[in-house]
Design a protein around this ligand. Structure first.
Ligand code: UDP
Ligand code: MG
Length: 315
């Protein structure tokens, strides 16, 4: 029987120090899985350090190492997409280069897929040690909101670290949207998924590229990509205030007819105008957020540009 092949996709952004450590660890796993072929696809997502030359040097020595260099930083989502598009394996794994995704789990993942016939094995972290209270609070809030607002299931603390069959990868590649939000995409395509958990691991080298602000905008992106409920919310707000105004008009008319009230209440009027215009701007903002998504989708811009690679594109 022909040996099966696993493609490992590794997005890298300024990871010159992490790559050698990653290779050392992943090679240990590869050695243990002698019944499978491997290909390692490193994506240099526009790094400004020596990430690319490290990849290139390693690829010269090791045939299974492939690389893709982006023309600039396009983000991890684009890197994962490129990796999947260029991958040739029967199974595809996505993992970080910083060893926060324990390589030995690949062995379990492969077993679940081949022996227990799962289509996909995904991972989540159990604890989030060392993260601030505020960050935790917002994370919890985000997952609660998205659960209520969208039909798509987003698993809390889910990582991008996963193994998929070729069938699942092809399904994901069929989704041609510009605003790619993988956490949602993976669950959007469906298929039988096994979740495995692991303890949070510290980064090997370098530092995280996520700040509170980037995480926050990532959360907004997640919500607007998978739910149109905020639009409905603005419509309901409009309806609610119309109703309020209508009731108030009747109250004022009746009051004037009975008591002949002279004009008064200027300060309260200003407050109301401010309040309502605030709500209006907020709702326009929501509409704008969706409009900007549509705008970017309509442009159909490529998601990345390749500057250098040692692979031929198959799809
Ligand atoms: N990464 C990338 N492009 C980016 C940011 C990050 O390819 O613009 C890669 C990074 O090199 C790493 C992975 O994505 O391999 C996860 O990044 P990071 O460790 O910063 O995220 P965290 O683990 O803190 O969620
Ligand atoms: Mg990391």
């Amino acid at each position: 029987m022909k040996k099966k092949k696993i493609s490992i996709i590794v997005p890298c952004y300024n990871e010159e120090e992490a790559i050698p450590i990653f290779l050392r660890e992943i090679n240990k796993v590869i050695k243990r899985m002698s019944d499978v072929n491997f290909e390692l696809i490193f994506i240099d997502d526009g790094s400004v350090d020596n990430t690319f030359s490290v990849m290139e040097k390693r690829a010269k020595k090791d045939k299974k190492i492939k690389y893709l260099q982006f023309s600039r930083n396009f983000g991890k989502e684009a890197a994962m997409l490129a990796g999947m598009q260029y991958s040739t394996g029967d199974y595809v794994t996505i993992m970080d280069v910083d060893l926060q995704d324990p390589p030995h789990l690949i062995i379990d993942m492969y077993r679940f897929i081949t022996e227990e016939h799962y289509d996909c094995v995904a991972t989540k972290r159990i604890n989030r040690k060392g993260e601030s209270f505020l960050r935790n609070l917002f994370t919890n809030l985000f997952y609660k909101m998205i659960k209520k607002m969208s039909k798509i299931e987003m698993v809390k603390n889910a990582r991008d670290y996963r193994m998929m069959t070729r069938q699942v990868v092809n399904a994901i590649l069929q989704v041609k949207e510009y605003n790619r939000y993988s956490k949602g995409l993976f669950s959007f395509v469906g298929f039988k998924t096994k979740w495995i958990e692991y303890e949070d691991v510290k980064r090997s080298k370098g530092h995280t590229k996520w700040s509170f602000l980037t995480l926050f905008s990532y959360a907004i992106e997640g919500i607007t990509s998978y739910s149109t409920l905020p639009l409905l919310f603005s419509a309901f707000m409009g309806l609610f205030f119309c109703l309020m105004a209508f009731i108030l008009i009747i109250v004022v008319i009746v009051k004037t007819l009975i008591f002949g009230d002279p004009v008064s209440g200027w300060p309260s009027l200003v407050c109301i105008i401010l309040f309502i215009s605030g709500i209006q701007l907020f709702c326009i903002g929501i509409v704008g957020e969706y409009l900007s998504k549509t705008y970017l989708e309509a442009k159909r811009r490529p998601l990345y540009f390749i500057k250098d690679t040692n692979i031929k594109k198959t799809k």
